[in-house]
Design a protein around this ligand. Sequence first.
Ligand SMILES: Cc1ncc(COP(=O)(O)O)c(C=O)c1O
Length: 235
Amino acid sequence: MTAPVRLSPNSALDVRSQFPAVGDWHYLDSAATAQKPQAVIDAITEAYARDYATVHRGVYQRSSEMTGRYEAARTAASKLVGGQPNELVFTRGATEAINLVARQLPKDGRNRVLLSQLEHHSNIVPWQLAGYEVDAVPLTPDGCIDLDAAEVMVTDEHRVISFAHVSNVLGSILDAKRAAEIAHAKGALLLLDGCQAVPRLPVDVASIGADFYAFSGHKLYGPTGIGCLWAGTTC
Ligand SMILES: Cc1ncc(COP(=O)(O)O)c(C=O)c1O
């Protein structure tokens, strides 16, 4: 067993001091929303207090610099999931990203979505509101989405399989590549809810074979009110 890493105020690993809102708290709610490091707070403050201008709508210097920064953020966000910048749109959060897919995707005669019993409400309600019939895959005894059951449950009526890449409740990690294979074998698309995966795992949408990947800024030490939808296919 490796020795625990000890953090001291002078250590390069002094993570605590980078999070001014934590103070002497022991903050254990990062899965719900992460505290913000000083670098993020400074970047947001500087953007509003010094650099602010319209994005993609002006030809003057400050506007084009702001546009450059906005596009740099898109490139950085797409790299987080192994995608290309022109495959990623910013949304107001992961919930909006999933709503976007659920509402825009033509059903093409398939009106069912295959979810699992561990999904966050954000990956249930958008499908219901968009008029999909929802089926939920059970879990294995160790809290993973049961992909053997998914393979049996998916039918030609399923337009999408939409699973959490990492569970916000159990921390269990999906075999995402196999989920993609199961979806594609029946002509369905795979959406992954990556809210909990992106802050914790290296993600590569291409090697997974996912069609959509949704994630959230506020769980990634970034601002609240921003999320991303990566799409390897068009709606
Ligand atoms: C697994 C999962 N999906 C979706 C969401 C919702 O994300 P957002 O707040 O960006 O809409 C959360 C946040 O709690 C989550 O943990």
